[in-house]
Design a protein around this ligand. Structure first.
Ligand code: AMP
Ligand code: GLY
Length: 460
């Protein structure tokens, strides 16, 4: 019998990443009675640096050895890695130590997000429901295939492209354009729109339905499924315009019936972790399935190897209990030994992201942000509002200014989705900066204010 490692009474944490997801994690970790010192990236946003001590070492892929030695000296017990890029580069492997765990998958496991072509192979081999697709690393073959997709298709850069490497195409011409722009000049690999990430593309069938995000905390064997969320990726109200990293998300969603969640766990999450194990890969961290609820049941659009952003924000608002203990136990491979699981607030959380003018294209930064404190005052009895910072920084005189495309995630917790949406929108209106905008329709896909797409009703 393997012995269960004892959870330390005091856990010093280094949190890597500096956006809205990490602000929500820092806030929740800060509620743990076990938290010793929370160290954060000195260049993280103003919300995070207000909650943690800035790490004096550079947090960069080129300085990992130095960072690991600093972690040794400072007695860091747990490193929590938020974003996908460091996970794909293998930081989890590099930063683990004799007395230190890392929450986040190894480089091998993070390939599930960083190499869509490989992820498709894993899914195909394990019969995990996903869109039919083919991978190409030769431009002329990709074009020849794209030209035959009369019914439309979806073209994806296989590597990481910050949420922008997916083009949903209605015609073969659009597909050929997408392929050509991603793969670039065949004589010069890495010269496409997303660099090396587009050297291989996946072309897959276009699925119809509502989208659902199901995230689970995985310790190598056990899977704790979190309450489902729905993200809104397109920049414009009514789901128009280019894809972004995510304009808002709410949780829970009525789309995820018990039957849907059972199918997702049984046909997607469990077989994925098992399939990786057969490849000799232990998955520890967050496994995020981006799904389409088609008439034929839920199908995987993509896997992510970390908390979603903004999904993490409504999830953290609803999570009850000690997140630090859970992340530590997942990293240690002993989730089942915790005497208590995660509990979730039954109320609904709705997060709307206030963005800089021009996002997801060119933006300007450095605009002063007003009204951050005012937002929370709008919450009534039994309600809460949190403003999680995303692209902000403190100016020299300590005033928060804009520093990115997604500036803040305003997240409201209320009795139902309609009220949570209203409150989140009202609170977001109080956060003012030049050119700021947000989508006011987060949640409308289920509130019935948008034309219904094909919602799965018979999942038999
Ligand atoms: P991904 O990053 O793979 O989740 O793709 C970004 C967005 O593109 C998704 O949220 C969907 O809206 C859309 N998408 C991706 N794959 C498909 C597909 N096979 N069919 C229809 N839409 C898709
Ligand atoms: N919001 C989508 C993502 O984090 O990938």
């Amino acid at each position: 019998m393997p012995t269960t490692p004892l959870i330390p009474d005091t856990i010093n944490v280094l949190l890597i990443g500096g956006g809205g997801r990490e602000h929500a994690l820092a806030w929740k970790l800060g509620q743990s009675p076990r938290l010793g010192t929370l160290w954060v990236d000195a260049s993280a946003n103003a919300g995070i640096t207000a909650l943690g001590r800035p790490c004096p070492e550079p947090i960069s892929g080129r300085e990992l050895f130095r960072l690991a030695r600093w972690c040794d000296r400072e007695d860091i017990h747990l490193v929590v890695i938020g974003p996908e890029a460091p996970l794909a580069e293998g930081w989890a492997d590099e930063l683990a130590g004799e007395n230190r765990l890392v929450f986040g998958p190894s480089k091998d496991a993070a390939r599930l997000e960083a190499d869509k072509s490989w992820a498709k192979d894993i899914m195909r081999a394990a019969s995990i429901p996903t869109a039919d697709g083919r991978s190409f690393s030769r431009l002329e073959q990709a074009i020849a295939y794209a030209e035959t997709r009369e019914e439309g298709c979806v073209v994806k850069a296989s590597g990481l492209a910050a949420g922008k490497g997916v083009v949903v195409c209605d015609t073969p011409e659009e597909a050929v354009d997408a392929v050509t722009s991603m793969m670039g000049d065949p004589e010069r690999p890495g010269r496409g729109a997303f660099g090396d990430a587009g050297d291989t593309v996946v072309i897959e069938e276009k699925l119809l339905g509502q989208e659902l995000s199901v995230l689970a905390i995985v310790d190598g064997r056990s899977i704790w499924v979190l309450d489902p969320c729905q993200d809104h990726k397109q920049v414009g109200e009514g789901d128009v315009g280019p894809n972004t990293g995510g304009m808002g998300a709410y949780s829970p969603t009525p789309l995820a019936t018990e039957e849907v969640m059972r199918l997702v766990e049984r046909e997607v999450l469990v077989p994925t972790v098992d399939a990786l194990r057969r490849e000799g890969i232990t998955y520890r961290g967050v496994l995020y399935a981006g799904l389409m609820l088609t008439a034929g049941g839920p199908k995987v659009l993509e896997f992510n190897c970390r908390f979603g952003d903004p999904e993490c924000q409504p999830l953290m608002m609803r999570l009850q209990g000690d997140l630090l203990k859970v992340l530590w136990a997942a990293a240690a491979g002993c989730l089942d030994d915790l005497e208590e699981g995660l509990r979730t607030d039954p109320r609904t959380a709705c997060c709307v992201v206030r963005c800089s003018e021009g996002y997801p294209g060119n933006i300007t930064t450095g605009h002063e942000i007003e009204g951050l404190e005012e937002a929370a005052t709008l919450a009534g009895d039994g309600e809460d509002v949190m403003v999680f910072h995303a692209g902000t920084k403190a100016s020299e005189d300590g005033i928060p200014v804009t520093a990115g495309g997604r500036v803040v995630g305003v997240t409201a917790l209320a009795a139902d989705l309609r009220r949570a949406q209203t409150l989140a929108n009202a609170a977001a209106d109080t956060v003012r900066f030049t050119g700021g905008f947000h989508r006011r329709d987060i949640g409308n896909r289920v509130l019935g204010e948008l034309p219904e797409t094909e919602v799965a009703t018979d999942l038999g």
